[in-house]
Ligand binder design. Sequence first.
Ligand code: PEP
Length: 254
Amino acid sequence: MRRRRPLFAANWKMHKSPQEARAYVTAFLPEAESLVASVDIVLLAPFIDLECVCDALSGSTIGFGAQDCFWEREGAFTGEVSASMLKKIGCSHCVVGHSERRRLFGDTDETVGRKVTALLAEDITPIVCVGESLDENRAGRTAERVQEQLRAGLGYLSDAERAVLVIAYEPVWAIGTGLADNPKSANNTIQTIRSAAGGLGEARILYGGSMTAENSAAFCAESDIDGGLVGSASLDPNKFVRLIASATQVFDAR
Ligand code: PEP
């Protein structure tokens, strides 16, 4: 019997006003409600949308969360939002270490680790992103690079803490490019992640990078891929439902 429950997380990035977020949830819910019997679904929205998303999702088991957080609880940190604030608004999940934040906003393995600790203290599930650049991939350094990110960011966590994490393996060159990884190669890297850092055997590990309704089944047919972190293909509620529905069938057969 499969132990790890599949998870699909929509990363809206910097898209959608509160009104648009509400309209999305209204369209998404009736279709998605039948899917949550077999998979977990989380909507990762911009901070300003969280209250609206929470309200629109009320009564549903679909979760929601943020795309980043700061590790201090409160104080003179202009522009930041803490894990404790996210908890108060009802977030169940939060992405940390997305490659766009590492590349454009200076996130490092060390700051990612601090955010993970803050989220765990609030009982919010961190979705920790790791992945190699195109140069690293071409140099055959994929496994080494993701292991390095995990060791540096999460090496100090206990096995029990690592078991509740969600890891998103996202090759940087596959994000937003339409060039998804090969499912077998993504599965190999995910197996490396699972076995390398002690305690990740129980963690859910997602694939992210140009996942669509057309390729989600091929990824989720692989033994160690537990779902997807989805950017572009999650922006339209119908497309996101189709992506999840198509993957759900193969999970049942796996
Ligand atoms: C992402 O933002 O994490 C992502 C995987 O984006 P996309 O699906 O657009 O490649």
